[in-house]
Write a protein that binds this ligand. Sequence first.
Ligand code: UGA
Length: 437
Amino acid sequence: MRIAIIGSGYVGLVSGACLADFGHEVTCIDKVHSKIDALRAGRMPIFEPGLEHLVERNVAAGQLTFSTELAKPASEADVVFIAVGTPSRRGDGHADLSYVYGAAREIAGALCGFTVVAIKSTVPVGTGDEVDRIIRSVNPAADFAVVSNPEFLREGAAIDDFKRPDRIVVGLAGDERARDAMAEVYRPLYLNKPPLIFTGRRTSELIKYAANAFLALKITFINEIADLCENVGANVQDVARGIGLDNRIGPKFLHAGPGYGGSCFPKDTSALVRTAQDSNAPLRLVETAVAVNDQRKRTIVRKVVSACGGNVRGKTIAILGLTFKPNTDDMREAPSLSIIQALIDLGAQVRAFDPEGMTQARTLLDSSVSYAEGPYECAEGAEALVIVTEWNQFRALDFGRLRRAMSSAVMVDLRNIYKREEILKHGFRYVNVGEGA
Ligand code: UGA
């Protein structure tokens, strides 16, 4: 099949490279010339494990091309995916749909022969209807169908998620030709037999938000249980295991930590809350999770301050991990951002290290933050070492070396990657999440 993907950001690029790898002929389009130039030269605009190799292979095979122009690839495509950003609109928390609607207008003028317009961007319920209306009004003669096809990719594991999905969701508005085309797009996956769910377009749009909101609830729930564990002398990791073995609950997304961040959960929960309020069906659980997750960063700062004896003024705090999770360079809504700012406001000197996030971090964090080349340089002269993101390279640190480098041996492990006994053996004071004394 011929496929055009509008938006070569995280979702568009990963989807495009994977669809090309399935044997489709794919053009990834983006208005930003520097991004397309970089991609043509084999440089990735984001860090995602395996992506560079996948792109290289499919470009070499002639399956994947890049373009700044939409008209030609869209006119030749069987399916045009919209994968542009839907950031939070400043002020009201709704999703900003201007890029989606702009793409729809441009696609409308280019359509030639029956074409499926598939919305991969995360969009509020009813956006498909509006895209349909826009295309129809710009080009009344166009033969097309708008479908919803949300993505469920996790940053850092996106290629695997695309190639081995738990399910594929396609929301239709009645056109059988669109159903056939979308079945054809995902046919190469049928070997692994992932459930392919065809549903109404509005339902599909809501599935995406409901999935992210549910996962955000799960994380927020275990974070509150972690606080309770600390106060009553219980252990959250054992609680998570004990409840997660119940198939109805499941073991995933029950890791307590500094609160969820990233480019999806914070924005999507807030947009869903707004949609629900506007539709007279407020989602009070999700509203509360948003507030609790926000509050969590303050709780975490108090934890760090208390680990440092109640005061961080004039002390150097070493932060390991800045990105919102490992295996990405994405700093959007990373818990590190507000934790570091709060520590600086309390008079601390912050030194940080992250394997991939430091370039972005430099543009976002206070200019007083200094950056280290690695975990041991980061710990030099520090009062406390705070693990904020669970990168693999922080999982087997040399504690003797750390102890010698630091001015005081305090470790705050916000991701519970270590066991208390092993850290105590090295003479550290160890503070983690959800382990009561
Ligand atoms: C999330 C969803 O997992 C994807 O299915 C979805 O496609 C994506 O959003 C999206 O809407 O595009 P992502 O934001 O990449 O993916 O990352 P997650 O692995 O879900 O982690 C999100 C946040 O939750 C991170 O800050 C992570 O540290 C935190 N988290 C996750 C926890 O604190 N505990 C957990 O048990 C799991």
